[in-house]
Design a protein around this ligand. Structure first.
Ligand SMILES: [Zn+2]
Length: 216
């Protein structure tokens, strides 16, 4: 039995696969983003429930937003701030009494897509996720390309071009990564909502944006 767990800035979803990689069980819960102890207990409870539902102890693979320092094992997560500075993989393995594999969610997504029948014909695959945060994964010849600092595809934390900031009088919003004016703050799901309110007012509905938003 294999458990694939997607930890997002809003929800955490687990899917259990049998040895033929057929989905046999799934569950979704809210992600605790501020309280690390609550995060650990929520995750542990989710795995316990999966073990009970499947009748087995599955192997655990996790995709989550953020980067892990390969020397210390500590995470930097913009959208689940309680994980920043924590050795999440080791802490979960200790609590669950089994090994845990963990990697960046966008990298997991891109690697998975790169191995589909449709994508195998391409030597370079870039996968992008726009959700609570924003990021990507780059796969070259079937292998993840991470770059020197393992941030090769983290385009969400590049700065919004200064010309846009000036032209549309946009403030430099502080990002969860610690930088100012990251693309993620303006173009993720919450970022797009912020832009809508910025240009259309706090009470604007979706349809009110027509004709008011600048054409970028
Ligand atoms: Zn950032």
């Amino acid at each position: 039995m294999f458990y694939g767990v997607d930890i997002g800035g809003t929800k955490t979803e687990i899917v259990a696969f049998d040895k033929e990689m057929q989905v046999c069980w799934r569950k979704r819960v809210a992600t605790p983003v501020q309280d690390y102890e609550l995060f650990l207990s929520t995750f542990t409870s989710l795995i316990d429930t999966a073990d009970w539902a499947t009748g087995m102890q599955g192997k655990i693979g996790i995709g989550m937003p953020g980067l892990m320092d390969r020397h210390t094992g500590k995470l930097l997560s913009s959208n689940v701030p309680c994980l920043t500075g924590r050795q999440v993989m080791d802490d979960l393995a200790h609590r669950l009494n089994r090994s845990v594999a963990l990697d960046n969610d966008c990298c997991c997504f891109a690697l998975s897509e790169a191995h589909t029948q449709q994508a195998r014909q391409f030597s370079r695959i870039f996968g992008a996720i726009i959700g609570t945060g924003m990021g990507g994964g780059l796969v070259i010849d079937g292998q993840l390309y991470r770059g020197r600092n393992r941030m090769a595809s983290e385009f969400g934390h590049l700065p919004l071009p200064a010309t846009f900031m000036r032209r549309y009088n946009l403030p430099e919003i502080t990002c969860g990564c610690g930088l100012q004016g990251c693309l993620e703050r303006y173009q993720s799901g919450p970022g797009l909502l912020w832009l809508h309110k910025h240009f259309c007012g706090g009470t604007a509905q979706n349809g009110d944006a027509a004709g008011k938003l600048p054409s970028w």
